[in-house]
Design a protein around this ligand. Structure first.
Ligand SMILES: Cc1ncc(C[n+]2csc(CCOP(=O)(O)OP(=O)(O)O)c2C)c(N)n1
Ligand SMILES: [Mg+2]
Length: 326
């Protein structure tokens, strides 16, 4: 596992990263509360515990780069720059939501920031990143496309097809496995013959890099190296971020199958706590750290209230924004 000690991020950049991770944490607290109060239909898949992956990788991207992610994707789309209020609005099914209330929790999309979509079908989106990488290569834009997916997706056919094509054509794609040790209720060891997922990179002619997914600095550094490689025309990278979801798979899962003490162990390495230690090493004091959490909380709560006040889509607009019209 890559453990970074190099300070490649400035103190100001790391402070901003911590703010963004705190906002995602509070966003998910609110979403969890809304679902338990039946304010939202369907289910939801929370990102708490994995914030350093989305924020670390997207911090290495620039405007024009693209991402895709899974149904556990609120954090990724927010990290890419989607507005808090319109993301909440989408989850609530409001007309002002990112997808005008037609997508919901599992389908947050914001093309204006390069967030090409959240996908509920495991592995469905990897070929979309390959397409985005191919377009960037053909058009010579220098853009990179980052695909976020779970450990479970590495056993899906599209994973292999996407990595192979990206490897053959040397496409600027960053494949990010968010290895949280479980696919739904199954530990990875019961579903995957070789749990060393970075080994799979060898088959497709690209580097495979494992990183501590709860250390945002380590994630950023690994992502930055992969992004530079992509922009230079040297092809894709498979990045495996080792992390852990704090709650069960979805709203209906209390996560009882997890061995006693496992969650508690991971909580000692909560990404927000790890980043706070990094900031303390850079001279940031406890008062400033508390202020980041408080400001993030106030900002997110304000956005949530705004989204709650928005109107539902009008019945006559039910077929709007469903089909592409051009
Ligand atoms: C093709 C497909 N098969 C099965 C499912 C049901 N399913 C939804 S989430 C999930 C687990 C995926 O685990 P992983 O890829 O590790 O992502 P995580 O939920 O841990 O983030 C499964 C099997 C699905 N949505 N799509
Ligand atoms: Mg998983």
């Amino acid at each position: 596992m890559t453990t970074s000690v190099a300070a490649t991020l400035t103190r100001e950049e790391l402070l901003d990263i911590q703010r963004r991770m705190c906002e995602i944490r509070v966003f998910e607290d609110i979403v969890k509360d809304w679902f338990s109060r039946a304010l939202v239909r369907g289910s939801t898949h929370l990102y708490q515990g994995q914030e350093a992956v989305a924020v670390g990788v997207t911090s290495a991207l620039r405007p024009g780069d693209t991402t895709t992610c899974t149904y556990r994707g609120h954090g990724t789309v927010l990290a890419q720059g989607a507005p808090l209020d319109r993301s909440f609005g989408e989850i609530l099914g409001k007309a002002n939501g990112l997808c005008h209330g037609k997508g919901g929790s599992m389908h947050l999309t914001d093309l204006s920031v390069g967030a090409l979509g959240s996908f509920a079908i495991v592995g469905a989106h990897l070929p979309i990143n390959v397409g985005a990488g191919w377009a960037a290569q053909v058009l010579g834009t220098g853009a990179v496309s980052a695909s976020f997916f779970g450990d479970g997706a590495t056993n899906i056919g599209t994973f292999h097809e996407a990595l192979n094509l990206a490897g053959v054509w040397k496409l600027p794609v960053l494949f990010v496995i968010e290895n949280n040790l479980y696919g739904e209720y199954s530990p990875i060891s019961t579903t995957t013959a070789n749990p060393n997922l970075t080994d799979r990179a060898l088959a497709y002619g690209m580097p495979g890099v494992q990183v501590d997914g709860n250390d945002v600095v380590a994630v950023f550094e690994a992502a930055q190296a992969a992004v530079r490689r992509g922009r230079a025309g040297d092809g894709p990278t498979l990045l495996e971020a080792m992390t852990y979801r704090h709650s069960g798979h979805s709203r209906s899962d209390p996560g009882k199958y997890r061995p006693a003490g496992e969650l508690e162990d991971w909580l000692t390495r909560d990404p927000l706590v790890v980043a706070e230690q990094r900031l303390r090493d850079l001279g940031v004091d406890q008062v400033q750290l508390a202020a980041i959490r408080e400001t993030a909380s106030a900002t997110v709560r304000e956005a949530a209230d705004r989204a709650l006040s928005w109107a539902e889509p009008a019945p006559e607009d039910r077929f709007e924004n469903v089909w592409a019209t051009r």
